[in-house]
Design a protein around this ligand. Structure first.
Ligand code: ATP
Ligand code: MG
Length: 784
């Protein structure tokens, strides 16, 4: 029995074609903002509701974790609208909040939780949690299910350790970042250390091969994988073991991939193996109840430096299209209307991308009115540029009813450009967040806390154990640690085994033996029962009992307070993870933390200006976009200026940036810029000159202030204040204040954290749980 699916009316006819297509391969190619991601999301919903596909059999690959979350939320909403009547007899809008919650939780359990939606990395990590024990690498080594994921900074510090300590090389000549990059490239080409060495003609190459080999040894010893392995290992496992491949091939009958133009060879191999079950793809014909659906735009391919290859997109029909009638329309759908941007913005984007030679021309028609011109501003320097941007934001936010801080995005070419912008945003008391900048999970204290948790879960993770053994200082000196490490490596056992053996510790640790044993005892207690406790509880307990929190509290500096706040924010993150993923274990949280890229996704209700690089902005949209630093040498990047292929990639990046804007776009550049520690005169970007002048205007929509207004002067008389800046000062809050939060209920303020103009409070809620909140943003009311 089929039912009428109301939500299909939210789609145009080409999108409907893509969504309703059931089995076989289908490629959707279309320009920015044409509803590719929407089609992919609706297709998942349609597979389940119309074709009765079990959500367990659907695998959808997104580009970021955030996109995965949004996709699930969207599907949940569609289902709520669609299923409310059959669940309760009433339409969704007629339900009271309690009934709505019940419907949502039923939908979540039945349809959303069993779906596999995530990034390549997250999905592969999940597959490996089931099957990694059946994998063997080329040296016959194996891993177990509790493996740790070493993120990029872990991987780099491991390389650094090998270069400087194990091989005693000069780390200026063998810079850990570039060595790690070379290793990563070798891995992504499927080269083992031995194969890589054979391809290296000189000393440098052979030395890198040696580092690579030692690096792999270390990963194996620690029962750990790096980001490259997360994808490579499942591919190799599937190639090694037919039965395992057959299992996953049978499971994932319907596979969907967003942003397919940025897929690399290994990721492609993974998809191909899952789709065909190992049969040569051109010979694969068994499409009954099976589909592969990919969406992409070659004009937005911007990750070639990570080996992404848009010819994979171009080859899709050839790869999967055989065995079907020779008819393009059966395997490809084009979307030609842009729903996102004002016509002026879209015309500018279309005009720019036509300058690329290496592309297939396509149609992208506006559906919206022209809107305002694109504003262009030439600043004196980066300071002036930042002031201009912030002043425009303030002006627009004040004058337009609909503008929230979250409606603004500032996009730049390199992370370093965020600093002057951040300074002025802070001064102006405007809430903002940096996406993918200094990553939350890269901060020292957060890494320390995670290392404690990882050493519990994965006893072989010596790297994590070494991080925690004398953090906070507990009198275990370097010589003692070296003794223990050397003995462990002589015996070929993980460090933990040495520590867990009292006699060995007595022997090796000398005067520090007592301290070591105390540490071991602490860890053993947790190791005995972590599986029976909630992840959030273990995290808080171990950070308390290890003395870590006390140590930070006793330091009394602003920095220590900041660190403390981050540790509490991590607890919040775990709590939130548990709320979002019922039955989540500590292992699940650790996997998600290793794969997560920024704190901002974790904070609730954060309405703030987004700052990010152009690369991070892919797939997103904002009412108002500022594209800053349009200068020759910066954007396009200096390395690309003389290389036509790279220059085209920079132009695609600019196309991505422009097409993020819905209502208004601002383009800025500075006449001089201090970027790499020296001030240089700057020339405006060739991309600016490539835009049609009739779409540009340099008379900005608001009058210019000469200086950036301070928090006080900015509150001009009569201006609407949507925020409560006055609540955001330490004086207004006291420990002991009682508060009411719209989600968490009543609580007491237990800490006040302030640094510069930023402040936050820790609240212990009566219903259980502590949260760190920003009182200027959180939906919070003071009761006393
Ligand atoms: N048929 C439609 N009618 C109205 N709005 C639509 C339609 N399809 C998509 N949209 C809206 O247009 C905007 C862009 O859609 P979407 O993000 O899916 O585009 P995209 O092709 O994935 O863009 P990008 O290439 O940047 O990833 C979204 O706000 C979406 O909700
Ligand atoms: Mg998209």
């Amino acid at each position: 029995m089929t039912q009428t699916i109301d939500f299909l009316s939210h789609l145009n006819s080409s999108q409907r074609l893509a969504v309703e297509h059931f089995c076989g391969p289908l490629l959707v190619v279309a320009g920015a903002g044409s509803g590719k991601t929407r089609a992919l999301t609706y297709r998942i919903a349609n597979l389940i509701l119309q074709h009765r596909v079990d959500p367990e059999n659907i695998l959808a690959v997104t580009f970021t974790n955030k996109a995965a979350r949004e996709m699930k939320e969207r599907i949940e909403k569609l289902f709520a609208q669609q299923l409310s009547v059959s669940f309760t007899g009433k339409p969704w809008e007629a339900l009271n909040p309690d009934e709505q919650t019940r419907v949502r939780s039923r939908i979540y359990k039945t349809y959303i939780k069993p779906l596999w939606v995530g990034t390549f990395h997250a999905l592969c990590a999940k597959i490996l949690r089931f099957d990694i024990n059946k994998y063997k690498d080329e040296k016959g080594r194996s891993w177990n299910q509790n493996f740790s994921i070493f993120d990029e900074s872990d991987a780099q510090s491991l390389v650094k350790q090998i270069v400087t300590q194990q091989l005693n090389l000069d780390d200026k000549k063998f810079n850990h970042k570039s060595v790690r990059y070379a290793i990563s490239n070798a891995k992504n080409q499927g080269l083992s250390p031995q194969e890589f060495e054979r391809s290296q003609p000189n000393y440098r190459g052979r030395t890198i091969a040696q580092v690579y080999s030692l690096y792999q040894d270390k990963l194996a010893e620690n029962n750990a994988l790096d980001f490259d392995d997360l994808i490579l290992v499942p591919v190799q496992l599937f190639q090694q073991n037919e039965q395992i491949l057959a299992y996953w091939h049978r499971k994932f009958c319907h596979i969907l991939v967003d942003e397919y133009q940025d897929t690399n060879r290994t990721q492609y191999d993974l998809i191909r193996l899952l789709v065909t079950g190992g049969v040569e793809s051109s010979a694969f014909k068994d499409w009954q109840n099976r589909s592969i659906f990919v969406v992409g735009d070659a004009d937005q391919s911007i990750y070639s430096f990570r080996m992404a290859d848009f010819t994979i997109l171009m080859d899709f029909q050839g790869d999967f299209g055989d065995g079907l009638p020779d008819d393009d329309t059966r395997t490809m759908v084009k979307l030609e209307e842009n729903y996102r941007s004002r016509e002026n913005i879209l015309q500018a984007a279309n005009h720019l991308i036509e300058k690329n030679t290496e592309r297939i021309d396509k149609v992208l028609k506006p559906t919206r009115d022209p809107g305002s011109p694109i504003y262009y501003y030439q600043a004196e320097d980066e300071q002036d540029e930042a002031e201009f941007v912030v002043q425009q934001i303030r002006q627009l936010q004040r004058n337009t009813e609909a503008e929230n801080w979250g409606d603004f995005a500032i996009l730049y070419r390199t992370n370093a450009q965020s600093r002057p912008l951040e300074e002025i945003l802070v001064r102006s008391n405007i809430p903002y967040h940096v996406v993918g900048g200094l990553k939350f999970y890269d901060r020292k204290e957060v890494k320390d806390a995670l290392a404690y948790l990882r050493s519990l879960v994965n006893p072989a993770d010596t790297m994590s154990l070494l991080r925690t053994i004398n953090t906070p200082r507990r009198g275990i000196g370097k010589a003692t640690i070296d003794n223990l490490v050397n003995a462990a490596s002589e015996l070929g056992v993980p460090l933990w085994e040495m520590l867990a053996d009292e006699t060995s510790v007595q022997t090796l640790a000398g005067r520090s033996a007592k301290a070591v044993l105390k540490f071991t005892q602490l860890m053993s207690q947790f190791k005995d029962n972590w599986r029976d406790r909630k992840a959030s509880e273990i995290a808080q307990a171990i950070m308390e009992e290890s003395g870590y929190i006390q140590d930070l509290k006793s330091q009394g500096t602003d920095e220590a307070e900041n660190r403390l706040q981050n540790v509490f924010e991590l607890f919040n993150a775990i709590l939130q993870f548990e709320e979002e993923n019922l039955d989540a274990t500590l292992e699940d949280f650790l996997a998600s933390a290793s794969l997560s890229s920024d704190l901002d996704n974790l904070q609730e209700g954060q309405e703030s200006v987004s700052l990010m690089t152009l690369h991070s902005a892919k797939g997103l949209e904002f009412p108002v976009v500022f594209l800053v630093g349009l200068e020759q040498g910066l954007f396009p990047n200096f390395r690309s200026i003389d290389d036509p292929a790279s220059l085209e990639e920079e132009r695609r990046l600019c196309y991505v940036g422009i097409t993020r804007a819905q209502e208004q776009l601002f383009l800025t550049h500075a006449r001089s810029r201090r970027l790499w520690a020296t001030r240089e005169p700057a020339v405006s970007s060739q991309f600016l000159a490539e835009l049609p002048t009739d779409l540009l205007s340099n008379s900005v929509p608001s009058k210019r202030f000469t200086t950036v207004p301070s928090a006080e002067t900015a509150k001009a008389p009569g201006a609407k204040t949507r925020k409560r800046p006055s609540a955001n000062t330490p004086q207004n809050w006291q420990v002991g204040d009682r508060v009411l939060h719209t989600t968490f209920g009543v609580g007491n303020v237990t800490h006040i954290f302030s640094s510069g103009t930023k402040m936050s409070i820790a609240v212990e809620f009566s219903g259980g749980g502590r949260k760190i909140l920003d009182p200027a943003i959180a939906p919070l009311q003071r009761l006393t």
